[in-house]
Design a protein around this ligand. Structure first.
Ligand SMILES: C[S@@+](CC[C@H](N)C(=O)[O-])C[C@H]1O[C@@H](n2cnc3c(N)ncnc32)[C@H](O)[C@@H]1O
Length: 207
């Protein structure tokens, strides 16, 4: 179905169905709002050959925001673990390159798609469902994937922020990247959310 005729209701129905079947993989009570999606996608470079990778594309709302910003000639890949969401993305967004797989194996997943490095990585992964080892593995994979100076953004709901797992994630983010900052909050998101942004460290400058 062309993106122009695709229904946002269909995205939400598929996403909510997947949440009911597997809440601990989806890690959300609703898809991100368009406002959060636009903030997360604001790190997409304006160069014509940019490679942008999305982690945890779900129903595709952030994929749409990335597509809106990516200049012609760019390449956009969505990495998604959940089979239902992979099928939904492939059906609803035939223009999107969907790589089925785990963000913890990002290098291998991208390698199978013929991608060595990315200019930006955009995530809405449920970080506070992951233990510290898994958080670290994924952030290390993201760092190894980004070009020097490449940007990373990730959606974090305010409701997740008081948890110990979020504090560990925040520490790992500071350790792995430079220039960690935030955008938002977007109060009308369900639940309200911030977007964290960071850049790939210079080689040897950190962990
Ligand atoms: C919170 S939802 C976000 C969905 C959508 N991007 C949005 O913003 O509405 C998290 C998504 O990440 C996916 N996911 C969870 N763990 C993952 C992993 N290790 N690798 C890739 N995708 C993962 C889930 O299946 C789900 O689609």
């Amino acid at each position: 179905m062309p993106s122009e005729t695709r229904s946002a209701g269909g995205d939400t129905r598929t996403f909510l169905g997947a949440i009911m079947r597997n809440p601990f993989e989806l890690g959300a009570i609703a898809p991100s709002s368009k406002a959060v999606a636009r903030l997360a996608a604001s790190i997409v470079p304006d160069t014509h050959d940019a490679v942008v990778v999305e982690l945890g594309a779900g129903g595709g709302v952030i994929s749409d925001a990335i597509r809106e910003r990516l200049p012609p000639g760019g390449r956009q890949l969505a990495v998604e673990l959940n089979d239902d969401m992979v099928r939904h993305l492939r059906h609803s967004r035939p223009w999107l390159e969907v790589a089925a797989g785990d963000a913890a194996d990002l290098g291998k997943v991208l390698g199978r798609a013929g991608v060595a490095q990315a200019d930006a990585v955009i995530s809405s992964l449920p970080w506070t469902l992951f233990d510290e080892q898994r958080q670290k593995s994924i952030l290390d994979e993201v760092s190894a994937t980004l070009v020097q100076g490449g940007r990373f953004s990730t959606v974090i709901t305010l409701s997740a922020m008081p948890s110990r797992r979020f504090r560990r994630f925040r520490g790992l983010l500071e350790h792995t990247f430079t220039g960690v900052g935030t955008m938002g909050p977007v109060w009308l998101n369900v639940p309200p959310a911030l977007v964290f942004t960071a850049s790939r460290s210079r080689p040897g400058s950190k962990g």
